[in-house]
Design a protein around this ligand. Structure first.
Ligand SMILES: Nc1ncnc2c1ncn2[C@@H]1O[C@H](COP(=O)(O)OP(=O)(O)OP(=O)(O)O)[C@@H](O)[C@H]1O
Ligand SMILES: [Mg+2]
Length: 578
């Protein structure tokens, strides 16, 4: 009657089918053997699985059909099975499931009492997890050691125990002090082990008044089947709990990482302009003020929005970003505020909007300049009164979110063109942070270039240690229309192209090469290009050997005299490179 027994039977049946199939097919064709074997293995796996479940169900039904006590009508037992199946399907909460199991048992087979105990492997004690017909105080008292009393013995031996009359059995500890009122009646006690992967993890026990013609064996069998189901519920619960724990640990770790990542100290730049940005972030982060971040594309608006959130007290709450250009107006509205079921065609379910999801945290509305006039009115209301309604809903929802908006558009121009509401502008312009374009903070270019060089070298497992002087010249004289994003992409590309320790001018994108050519005025001759390259290589080598000419000459395959001549020709000062 155990699962193992069922499983063995399934394997035997499957093996017979497999054997019969094999014999006839092998005769049929030897060529198809490998494919056939693979198919067989898969089919046998499926057959075994199906038989396993079929056999288990059959066993349970046969058991229900065979037995004739505990309930008088077989339909009650089918009802019990249905109730148990529902208890398993209804909840992933172990306690609720186990309570529902005991309740179903009581409904269909009338219990005096029922308990499910589980072994705590750490304390090595057996505790009542759920009980039916016991007060909370009695339940608390039900703690047993392994081997202690009937429950402890069942856990220790893994074997069920039936006590036909508990008043005559001195193994009862009466720890829960709950059996006084049963005096006078013959009460039988059944205790069966709950086993998982061969180990006893607890017990299922019931007290039941003995009726005439009671079949103890059949009752025990029923409880054994239910104990097997309980074991599966415990297993599932363990998996769910471990998944939950892992997810919440992962969540905490990621939040911590984000916090560190978006720490102001991790932002690169020492120019006065960026220092002012750091100061503003620190000043505003703690408050709830709406922040407006302005700046050209790629200047770091997203980064600043994150930094404001992760340096605020809302850091442990959600940070929700909405890209306002990515969605059409109607979709954007329901994305922001959510919608009720049936609010519009296709709204088959109620949807929680991003304002609600950001509850307690921060919502970042990127590209606010692209908001439609209709949505601007709704946003104005959220900012003013901190409330909104879901699309198609009448309920007013209070909102506790900090709003950060960003744009690269000229909002003042947009107001003049009647594309942006003036009242909304004043509402969002409470605390503006302006991010200067990279060309206006040239001091930061090399700092950032080095930062990205280190980052991408590490990511690509390369040892690139520096950027050559001509390449530096090109980087610093370029006007960077795509700002930091363009610089980041440019260095990533250089790292991918570079197979050396040094990023050189040829590793930089064509847009930067063009600048160099146009700066030099006319087209350069081949000789000029070669000389330029030669100068670059000599400088690199001297840098590498801290200005020592002998070493550099060796590396370049030149005599010291020739190197000296070229150093003079190109106006290089080795001492400055040491
Ligand atoms: N101070 C900084 N230090 C390091 N990296 C930065 C800094 N500022 C920006 N970056 C990086 O530059 C890239 C572009 O930044 P971000 O996406 O924040 O720009 P943006 O202004 O939001 O651009 P867009 O307007 O196109 O959305 C990002 O990868 C970001 O990490
Ligand atoms: Mg952005």
């Amino acid at each position: 009657m155990t699962i193992k027994h069922n499983f063995d039977r399934s394997i035997t049946v499957a093996a017979l089918i497999f054997n019969a199939g094999m014999t006839s097919r092998i005769r049929h064709s030897a060529k198809m053997l490998p494919i056939f074997c693979l198919k067989c293995v898969v089919s046998v796996g499926i057959i075994i699985t199906k038989l396993y479940f079929l056999d288990f169900q059959l066993q349970f039904c046969m058991f229900l059909a065979d037995r004739n006590d505990m309930t008088t009508k077989p339909s009650k037992e089918v009802q019990l099975l249905a109730d148990l199946a529902k208890a398993f399907a209804d909840s992933l909460d172990l306690e609720l499931t186990l309570k529902a199991i005991l309740k179903s048992l009581d409904t269909h087979v009338k219990l005096q009492k029922g308990t499910i105990t589980l072994l705590n492997p750490e304390t090595e004690t057996i505790n009542i997890k759920v009980a039916h017909g016991l007060s909370e105080e009695s339940k608390e008292l039900g703690i047993y050691k392994i081997g202690e009393g009937i429950t402890g013995t069942v856990v220790q031996t893994g074997k069920e125990i039936i006590v036909p009359d508990i008043s005559r059995d001195n193994r009862f500890l009466h720890r829960t002090h709950s059996r006084k009122e049963t005096a006078g009646k013959q009460i039988a006690f059944y205790c069966v082990p709950i086993k998982l992967e061969g180990k006893t993890i607890g017990t299922l026990s019931v007290d039941r008044q003995v009726k005439k013609g009671d079949d103890f064996e059949a009752n025990l069998n029923l409880l054994n089947v239910i104990a097997t189901m309980v074991a599966q519920a415990v297993k599932l619960n363990k998996l769910v709990e471990s998944d939950k724990r892992q997810l919440s640990e992962e969540n905490l770790r990621l939040r911590q990482e984000l916090r560190t990542h978006f720490n102001i100290d991790n932002m690169v730049g020492t120019s006065n302009a960026i220092k002012e940005v750091y100061r503003l972030i620190e000043q505003v982060a703690e408050s709830n003020a709406t922040v407006l971040i302005r700046g050209e594309s790629g200047t770091g608006k997203d980064l600043v929005a994150h930094a404001v959130h992760y340096n605020s007290q809302r850091a442990n709450k959600p940070f929700i970003k909405v890209n306002c250009t990515a969605l059409p107006e109607t979709l954007l509205e329901s994305e922001l505020f959510g919608h009720e079921k049936g609010a519009f065609t296709g709204a088959t379910e109620k949807k929680i909007g991003r304002f609600e999801r950001a509850g307690g945290g921060t919502i970042f509305l990127d590209e606010i300049g692209d908001f439609s006039m209709n949505l601007q009115v709704k946003l104005l209301r959220v900012i003013q009164f901190r409330e909104f309604e879901r699309v198609g809903g009448g309920e007013t929802i209070k909102s506790n979110v900090r709003i950060i908006v960003a744009t690269n558009k000229n909002l003042e121009e947009q107001i003049k063109e009647k594309l942006f509401r003036e009242d909304l502008y004043y509402r969002i312009n409470v605390f503006p942070i302006f991010l200067p374009p990279l060309r206006e903070r040239k001091d930061d270019i090399m700092l950032m270039a080095d930062y990205f060089l280190e980052k991408f070298s590490k990511e690509n497992n390369k040892r690139i240690t520096r950027i050559s002087t001509p390449a530096i010249e090109m980087l610093t004289s370029y006007h960077w229309p795509g700002n930091i994003r363009e610089l980041e992409n440019c260095i990533e590309r250089a790292v991918l192209l570079c197979n050396d320790e040094v990023v050189r001018s040829e590793h930089l994108p064509p847009s930067l090469q063009m600048i160099r050519k146009s700066e030099s005025g006319a087209k350069r001759s081949l000789i000029e290009i070669i000389e330029n390259k030669e100068r670059e290589l000599i400088i690199d080598s001297l840098k590498k050997f801290a200005g020592r000419q002998r070493k550099a000459a060796e590396e370049l395959g030149l005599t010291e005299r020739i190197l000296g001549y070229k150093i003079k020709k190109y106006g290089i000062f080795p001492k400055l490179l040491s």
